[in-house]
Design a protein around this ligand. Structure first.
Ligand code: RIB
Ligand code: CA
Length: 323
Protein backbone atom coordinates (compact mmCIF):
# COMPACT_ATOMS: atom_id res chain seq x y z
CA UNK A 1 0.00 0.00 0.00
CA UNK A 2 1.49 3.41 -0.88
CA UNK A 3 1.03 5.53 2.21
CA UNK A 4 0.02 9.19 2.05
CA UNK A 5 2.52 11.50 3.75
CA UNK A 6 0.76 13.84 6.16
CA UNK A 7 1.48 16.45 8.83
CA UNK A 8 -1.14 16.78 11.56
CA UNK A 9 -1.47 20.32 12.91
CA UNK A 10 -3.39 20.18 16.18
CA UNK A 11 -4.22 21.62 19.59
CA UNK A 12 -4.48 18.57 21.89
CA UNK A 13 -7.10 18.64 23.30
CA UNK A 14 -9.21 15.55 23.88
CA UNK A 15 -10.63 15.02 20.40
CA UNK A 16 -7.28 15.95 18.83
CA UNK A 17 -5.79 13.14 20.90
CA UNK A 18 -8.30 10.62 19.57
CA UNK A 19 -7.52 11.89 16.06
CA UNK A 20 -3.77 11.45 16.61
CA UNK A 21 -4.30 7.86 17.78
CA UNK A 22 -6.53 7.14 14.77
CA UNK A 23 -4.01 8.61 12.32
CA UNK A 24 -1.05 6.77 13.82
CA UNK A 25 -2.94 3.47 13.78
CA UNK A 26 -4.05 3.88 10.18
CA UNK A 27 -1.71 2.06 7.80
CA UNK A 28 -2.80 4.33 4.95
CA UNK A 29 -0.93 7.26 6.51
CA UNK A 30 2.74 8.11 7.02
CA UNK A 31 2.52 10.78 9.73
CA UNK A 32 5.85 12.55 9.14
CA UNK A 33 5.30 15.12 11.86
CA UNK A 34 2.90 16.64 14.36
CA UNK A 35 2.76 20.42 14.76
CA UNK A 36 1.18 22.07 17.79
CA UNK A 37 -0.81 25.29 17.69
CA UNK A 38 -2.36 27.40 20.45
CA UNK A 39 -6.02 26.47 20.70
CA UNK A 40 -7.81 24.20 23.14
CA UNK A 41 -4.68 24.42 25.28
CA UNK A 42 -1.67 26.76 25.35
CA UNK A 43 0.92 25.50 22.90
CA UNK A 44 3.37 24.17 25.52
CA UNK A 45 0.54 22.19 27.16
CA UNK A 46 -0.53 20.88 23.77
CA UNK A 47 3.07 19.81 23.15
CA UNK A 48 3.19 17.91 26.47
CA UNK A 49 -0.19 16.29 25.70
CA UNK A 50 0.92 15.17 22.25
CA UNK A 51 3.91 13.42 23.86
CA UNK A 52 1.58 11.70 26.36
CA UNK A 53 -0.59 10.39 23.51
CA UNK A 54 2.38 9.16 21.48
CA UNK A 55 3.75 7.39 24.57
CA UNK A 56 0.36 5.73 25.17
CA UNK A 57 0.46 4.12 21.71
CA UNK A 58 4.24 3.61 21.69
CA UNK A 59 4.86 6.05 18.85
CA UNK A 60 7.45 8.38 20.31
CA UNK A 61 9.28 8.00 16.99
CA UNK A 62 7.03 10.67 15.43
CA UNK A 63 8.51 14.18 15.64
CA UNK A 64 6.54 16.97 17.28
CA UNK A 65 7.11 20.68 16.68
CA UNK A 66 5.87 23.62 18.74
CA UNK A 67 4.09 26.33 16.71
CA UNK A 68 2.46 29.67 17.30
CA UNK A 69 1.75 30.73 20.88
CA UNK A 70 -1.00 33.24 20.07
CA UNK A 71 -3.45 34.09 17.26
CA UNK A 72 -2.40 36.44 14.45
CA UNK A 73 -4.18 39.50 15.84
CA UNK A 74 -6.74 38.58 18.48
CA UNK A 75 -6.01 37.84 22.11
CA UNK A 76 -5.61 34.14 22.71
CA UNK A 77 -8.63 32.40 24.28
CA UNK A 78 -8.13 28.75 25.23
CA UNK A 79 -10.84 26.11 25.63
CA UNK A 80 -9.67 24.48 28.87
CA UNK A 81 -13.23 24.75 30.18
CA UNK A 82 -14.04 22.05 27.65
CA UNK A 83 -10.83 20.02 27.77
CA UNK A 84 -9.92 20.28 31.47
CA UNK A 85 -7.15 22.16 33.22
CA UNK A 86 -4.48 19.81 31.74
CA UNK A 87 -6.09 19.94 28.28
CA UNK A 88 -6.55 16.16 28.42
CA UNK A 89 -9.75 15.75 30.40
CA UNK A 90 -7.95 16.17 33.76
CA UNK A 91 -6.46 12.71 33.31
CA UNK A 92 -3.23 14.24 34.66
CA UNK A 93 -1.07 11.70 32.84
CA UNK A 94 2.63 11.71 33.75
CA UNK A 95 4.87 14.10 31.82
CA UNK A 96 6.93 12.59 28.99
CA UNK A 97 10.53 13.71 28.56
CA UNK A 98 12.40 14.33 25.34
CA UNK A 99 11.69 16.12 22.09
CA UNK A 100 14.17 18.94 22.40
CA UNK A 101 13.09 21.39 19.72
CA UNK A 102 15.59 21.85 16.91
CA UNK A 103 13.09 23.99 14.95
CA UNK A 104 9.59 25.42 15.25
CA UNK A 105 6.48 24.19 13.46
CA UNK A 106 6.52 26.82 10.71
CA UNK A 107 10.18 26.12 9.85
CA UNK A 108 9.35 22.39 9.82
CA UNK A 109 6.49 23.01 7.36
CA UNK A 110 8.73 25.21 5.19
CA UNK A 111 11.59 22.68 5.14
CA UNK A 112 9.45 19.62 4.38
CA UNK A 113 6.95 21.04 1.90
CA UNK A 114 9.72 22.09 -0.49
CA UNK A 115 11.09 18.54 -0.59
CA UNK A 116 8.12 16.17 -0.55
CA UNK A 117 4.46 15.83 -1.54
CA UNK A 118 2.80 16.19 1.86
CA UNK A 119 -0.79 16.86 2.90
CA UNK A 120 -1.91 18.65 6.04
CA UNK A 121 -4.78 17.74 8.36
CA UNK A 122 -5.49 20.85 10.47
CA UNK A 123 -7.38 20.13 13.67
CA UNK A 124 -6.99 23.45 15.46
CA UNK A 125 -6.91 27.17 14.75
CA UNK A 126 -4.96 27.73 11.52
CA UNK A 127 -2.43 30.08 13.07
CA UNK A 128 0.59 27.93 12.07
CA UNK A 129 -0.60 27.73 8.46
CA UNK A 130 -1.17 31.49 8.32
CA UNK A 131 2.33 32.06 9.70
CA UNK A 132 3.66 29.75 6.97
CA UNK A 133 1.83 31.74 4.27
CA UNK A 134 3.46 34.92 5.57
CA UNK A 135 6.93 33.37 5.98
CA UNK A 136 7.08 31.13 2.90
CA UNK A 137 4.03 31.31 0.59
CA UNK A 138 5.70 29.04 -1.92
CA UNK A 139 5.94 26.26 0.67
CA UNK A 140 2.26 26.66 1.61
CA UNK A 141 1.33 26.35 -2.06
CA UNK A 142 3.13 22.97 -2.15
CA UNK A 143 0.66 21.40 0.30
CA UNK A 144 -0.77 18.42 -1.57
CA UNK A 145 -4.22 18.47 0.13
CA UNK A 146 -5.48 20.50 3.08
CA UNK A 147 -8.26 19.13 5.31
CA UNK A 148 -9.45 21.43 8.09
CA UNK A 149 -11.72 20.54 10.99
CA UNK A 150 -13.42 23.88 11.39
CA UNK A 151 -16.26 26.16 10.49
CA UNK A 152 -19.92 25.38 10.00
CA UNK A 153 -22.40 25.83 7.15
CA UNK A 154 -25.92 25.36 8.52
CA UNK A 155 -25.27 23.99 12.00
CA UNK A 156 -25.15 26.45 14.90
CA UNK A 157 -21.76 27.51 16.21
CA UNK A 158 -20.05 26.39 19.41
CA UNK A 159 -18.45 29.73 20.29
CA UNK A 160 -21.22 32.04 19.10
CA UNK A 161 -24.51 31.48 17.25
CA UNK A 162 -22.53 31.18 14.01
CA UNK A 163 -18.85 30.51 14.78
CA UNK A 164 -16.94 27.28 15.40
CA UNK A 165 -13.97 27.41 17.84
CA UNK A 166 -11.02 26.81 15.47
CA UNK A 167 -12.05 29.65 13.16
CA UNK A 168 -13.34 31.83 16.02
CA UNK A 169 -10.10 31.52 18.02
CA UNK A 170 -8.06 32.86 15.10
CA UNK A 171 -10.38 34.25 12.40
CA UNK A 172 -7.60 36.23 10.73
CA UNK A 173 -5.56 33.07 10.23
CA UNK A 174 -8.55 31.15 8.87
CA UNK A 175 -9.40 34.07 6.56
CA UNK A 176 -5.82 34.23 5.23
CA UNK A 177 -5.81 30.49 4.56
CA UNK A 178 -9.16 30.51 2.72
CA UNK A 179 -8.25 33.68 0.77
CA UNK A 180 -4.90 32.17 -0.21
CA UNK A 181 -6.55 28.93 -1.33
CA UNK A 182 -8.86 31.07 -3.50
CA UNK A 183 -5.95 33.04 -5.01
CA UNK A 184 -4.11 29.79 -5.83
CA UNK A 185 -7.21 28.15 -7.32
CA UNK A 186 -7.08 25.38 -4.68
CA UNK A 187 -9.78 23.89 -2.44
CA UNK A 188 -9.61 23.25 1.28
CA UNK A 189 -11.77 20.39 2.59
CA UNK A 190 -13.94 21.92 5.35
CA UNK A 191 -15.01 19.32 7.93
CA UNK A 192 -17.32 21.55 9.94
CA UNK A 193 -19.86 21.15 12.69
CA UNK A 194 -22.51 20.12 10.12
CA UNK A 195 -20.84 16.71 9.99
CA UNK A 196 -18.85 16.46 13.22
CA UNK A 197 -21.91 17.05 15.42
CA UNK A 198 -23.19 13.70 14.14
CA UNK A 199 -20.11 11.88 15.48
CA UNK A 200 -21.07 11.24 19.10
CA UNK A 201 -19.01 8.86 21.20
CA UNK A 202 -21.74 7.38 23.42
CA UNK A 203 -21.39 5.44 26.69
CA UNK A 204 -22.55 2.33 24.79
CA UNK A 205 -19.87 2.63 22.12
CA UNK A 206 -17.28 3.35 24.82
CA UNK A 207 -18.39 0.25 26.78
CA UNK A 208 -18.14 -1.78 23.54
CA UNK A 209 -14.55 -0.52 23.07
CA UNK A 210 -13.74 -1.54 26.66
CA UNK A 211 -15.12 -5.04 26.06
CA UNK A 212 -13.00 -5.44 22.93
CA UNK A 213 -9.81 -3.85 24.29
CA UNK A 214 -9.74 -3.00 27.99
CA UNK A 215 -6.44 -1.07 27.84
CA UNK A 216 -7.54 1.18 24.98
CA UNK A 217 -11.08 1.51 26.39
CA UNK A 218 -9.89 2.51 29.84
CA UNK A 219 -7.53 5.08 28.34
CA UNK A 220 -10.27 6.63 26.19
CA UNK A 221 -12.58 6.61 29.22
CA UNK A 222 -9.91 8.40 31.27
CA UNK A 223 -9.42 11.24 28.79
CA UNK A 224 -13.08 11.64 27.78
CA UNK A 225 -14.94 11.59 31.13
CA UNK A 226 -14.48 15.35 31.56
CA UNK A 227 -15.72 15.81 27.94
CA UNK A 228 -18.81 13.67 28.63
CA UNK A 229 -19.64 15.82 31.67
CA UNK A 230 -19.12 19.02 29.64
CA UNK A 231 -21.45 17.81 26.87
CA UNK A 232 -24.19 16.89 29.34
CA UNK A 233 -23.91 20.22 31.15
CA UNK A 234 -23.84 22.47 28.06
CA UNK A 235 -25.57 20.60 25.28
CA UNK A 236 -27.57 17.95 27.22
CA UNK A 237 -25.88 15.26 25.12
CA UNK A 238 -25.18 11.83 26.70
CA UNK A 239 -21.75 11.26 25.19
CA UNK A 240 -19.28 13.58 23.51
CA UNK A 241 -18.91 14.99 20.02
CA UNK A 242 -15.50 13.89 18.72
CA UNK A 243 -14.84 16.38 15.93
CA UNK A 244 -11.21 15.85 14.98
CA UNK A 245 -11.10 12.09 14.28
CA UNK A 246 -13.66 12.64 11.49
CA UNK A 247 -11.18 14.86 9.63
CA UNK A 248 -8.62 12.03 9.75
CA UNK A 249 -11.17 9.40 8.69
CA UNK A 250 -12.34 11.57 5.78
CA UNK A 251 -8.78 12.20 4.64
CA UNK A 252 -8.33 8.43 4.30
CA UNK A 253 -11.84 7.51 3.08
CA UNK A 254 -13.40 10.33 1.03
CA UNK A 255 -16.71 8.45 0.89
CA UNK A 256 -17.04 9.04 4.64
CA UNK A 257 -18.65 12.43 3.97
CA UNK A 258 -20.53 14.14 1.14
CA UNK A 259 -20.80 17.82 0.37
CA UNK A 260 -20.32 20.46 -2.32
CA UNK A 261 -17.75 22.87 -3.69
CA UNK A 262 -18.27 26.49 -2.73
CA UNK A 263 -16.62 29.87 -2.30
CA UNK A 264 -16.07 30.43 1.44
CA UNK A 265 -14.89 33.48 3.35
CA UNK A 266 -14.18 33.83 7.06
CA UNK A 267 -15.53 36.86 8.93
CA UNK A 268 -12.82 38.55 11.00
CA UNK A 269 -14.81 41.14 12.96
CA UNK A 270 -18.15 42.05 14.50
CA UNK A 271 -20.89 39.89 15.97
CA UNK A 272 -20.34 37.03 13.49
CA UNK A 273 -16.55 36.99 13.94
CA UNK A 274 -15.16 33.56 12.98
CA UNK A 275 -18.16 32.59 10.85
CA UNK A 276 -17.44 30.56 7.74
CA UNK A 277 -19.63 32.32 5.16
CA UNK A 278 -20.48 29.61 2.61
CA UNK A 279 -21.69 31.02 -0.73
CA UNK A 280 -23.67 27.86 -1.52
CA UNK A 281 -25.86 29.65 -4.13
CA UNK A 282 -22.84 31.30 -5.80
CA UNK A 283 -24.13 34.80 -5.09
CA UNK A 284 -20.65 36.25 -5.62
CA UNK A 285 -19.96 34.24 -8.80
CA UNK A 286 -16.54 33.25 -7.49
CA UNK A 287 -14.65 30.01 -8.14
CA UNK A 288 -14.89 27.59 -5.19
CA UNK A 289 -12.00 27.57 -2.72
CA UNK A 290 -13.49 24.88 -0.51
CA UNK A 291 -15.22 21.52 -0.48
CA UNK A 292 -17.81 21.91 2.28
CA UNK A 293 -18.79 18.57 3.82
CA UNK A 294 -22.39 18.40 5.01
CA UNK A 295 -23.38 14.71 5.20
CA UNK A 296 -21.77 11.83 7.06
CA UNK A 297 -22.62 8.23 7.95
CA UNK A 298 -21.81 7.94 11.68
CA UNK A 299 -21.97 4.14 11.49
CA UNK A 300 -19.36 4.12 8.74
CA UNK A 301 -17.18 6.42 10.85
CA UNK A 302 -17.36 4.33 14.02
CA UNK A 303 -16.64 1.10 12.13
CA UNK A 304 -13.60 2.88 10.64
CA UNK A 305 -12.56 4.38 14.00
CA UNK A 306 -12.86 1.19 16.03
CA UNK A 307 -11.34 -1.09 13.39
CA UNK A 308 -8.16 0.95 13.37
CA UNK A 309 -7.96 1.88 17.03
CA UNK A 310 -8.56 -1.73 18.12
CA UNK A 311 -6.85 -3.36 15.10
CA UNK A 312 -9.96 -5.46 14.40
CA UNK A 313 -11.43 -6.22 10.95
CA UNK A 314 -14.50 -4.09 10.30
CA UNK A 315 -16.63 -7.19 9.68
CA UNK A 316 -16.06 -8.31 13.27
CA UNK A 317 -17.54 -5.11 14.70
CA UNK A 318 -20.98 -6.69 14.48
CA UNK A 319 -22.74 -4.94 17.37
CA UNK A 320 -22.11 -1.46 16.03
CA UNK A 321 -25.14 -1.42 13.74
CA UNK A 322 -27.42 -1.63 16.80
CA UNK A 323 -25.84 1.38 18.48
O1 RIB B 1 -14.85 23.28 17.42
C1 RIB B 1 -14.25 22.04 17.60
C2 RIB B 1 -12.78 22.12 17.32
O2 RIB B 1 -12.17 23.07 18.20
C3 RIB B 1 -12.04 20.80 17.58
O3 RIB B 1 -10.93 20.71 16.75
C4 RIB B 1 -11.61 20.94 19.01
O4 RIB B 1 -10.48 20.13 19.31
C5 RIB B 1 -11.23 22.41 19.05
O5 RIB B 1 -9.91 22.54 18.51
CA1 CA C 1 -8.73 20.47 17.77
Amino acid sequence: MNQKKVIIDCDPGIDDSLALMLALKSKELDVIGITIVCGNAPVEMGFENAKKILKQIDRLDVPIYIGERKPMKRDYIHALDTHGEDGLGESFLPQVDGYEQEMGAVDFFASILKKEKVSVIALGPMTNLAALIKQDPGAFEQIEELVSMGGTFKSYGNCSPVAEYNYWCDPDAAALVYDTMYEKGKRIHMIGLDVTRKIVLTPTILEYICRLDKKMGDFIKKITKFYFDFHWEWEHIVGCVINDPLAVAYFIDRNMCQGFDSFVQIETQGISLGQSVVDSMSFYRKEPNAKVLTEVDPQRFFRFFLSRLLEIETEKLDLLQDM
